[in-house]
Design a protein. Sequence first.
Length: 509
Amino acid sequence: MFMNVLLSTMTVIFVYLIARKLDDSKNYALIVVVIYAFFFPLIYFNSFILSEHLSIFVLLLSIVLLFYANIQSTSSIVLVGLTLGFSVALRPSLGLVGLAFFIFIYFSNKSTVWKNIQKVLLFSLAFFSLVFFVSIENYKNSNGNVKTLSANGGLTFYFSQCNAHKVSYQHPQGGWYQIIPPRTAWQPELETLRAKKNFYEQSYFYEKGLNCIQDNPNIWIQNFQRLKHLYFDSMFPGNNKSKFYEVLSPLFSNIAFVLTCLLLLLPLMYFDKYIHKSKLYLLLGVAFSQLLVLYFFNVEQRYLYGFFFVVVLISISIIFNIKRNFHKIKWWLFTLLFIYLGSFIYYFWQKEVPRQIIEMQVFQEKSYIRNITQKRTATKSLKEMIPTIDFKTTFALEHNDLGEYPFKENIFIDFFVDFELTEAKHIQFIVASDDGFILYVDDVEKMSYKRGRAVAVNKKYISLKPKKYSLKISYYQGNGPMALRVYYEIDEKRYLAGEDSPYLKFKQK
């Protein structure tokens, strides 16, 4: 813990030093430091023992060295390369940051092209030599299993692109091994891959991930949408959170999002003479290189803090720019705001609104519920139409699209909807629940789990003829976390209950 405090204190000092080189205003640097030092999620983040603390510290140190050292000096270039290489060795996901450093070093040298190339080559040699040295150590310490800097890059890529629950592998000498990422730990209904090769065979998992990209034409949009987890999600998915964190985190997450939105006004920085443009471009490169990695790999809120210093530095600089140059840029400012506002309105105007076709009835019980067949004595109720049966694993009733409802424990919920089948099909119904449920088709019980349990999955194939059917699902939650997600599969394609497919159409009851 002492090391975390020491490293976080030093990172604040480094952020101040970077701010002094980015903008000539002393007030700017002080405001940046105050926001960064007292940003609650960062304080909470520093209470955990993670490699990110050291990697962020070393990354900031490399930027400080780059800004303050003599860029013409050979020893300075080597020191910057070794420092950044050490940061990448700690967190391989920072690897693309090196490209931003290459470009900065090349264009910061007011020399001949050949001398600039020499500086870049020298930096590259120092950078890659340290990365190579750590890779060799990884190879030796793992008995030849880890062949690259990252031990689990392929696995992370597979989990992100395939949205899988877990990967299991049977060792030739016996015994099963499995990896479950935090984000899908409470979603057992997702795919489980029984790998044919061990977890170190990264090319095998990269190939699996690429296959998922080919099979899902919407993956490029979905990857972009996943970036919202940087702001509107748990810092550590799948883990319990303190009450203090639950209260303060949403507030500061919104502040972080607003600061990020200010980056949309970056074109206005062109008019600011107080900003050192080359240093601004380097910081943008640091942020965008990490975002590019997150686009293809895992996204959690804690990964925002690997480049949050860039967000604070540039967003506050934009505010100072508007204040200093408002008389020069006001029409440009209003034009940008008009374009963004118009785009925002158009996006929501043309966005397809999901059909609210499933009737949901929620009943709050006054006593503890032990099973789904228990007699009901509701004290309050709610009736509402929803698009899908897709409720998160949380301590409160929360729909994945519609948000949270004022119910937490000891509740019954009934869902009613009709569906029409156009061809005879074998349909697999899949229910992930915490606690119990009963699924009825035409008032006939088809599958159930009637007692309490941690989130788990039931699956059942049902043969149906082409006609109209009624679907009813009864669910209960006693106490603790709750979850309910209902799917159906036709021809090996999965849909949420409420989503139409080529052979099955839902209709309001």
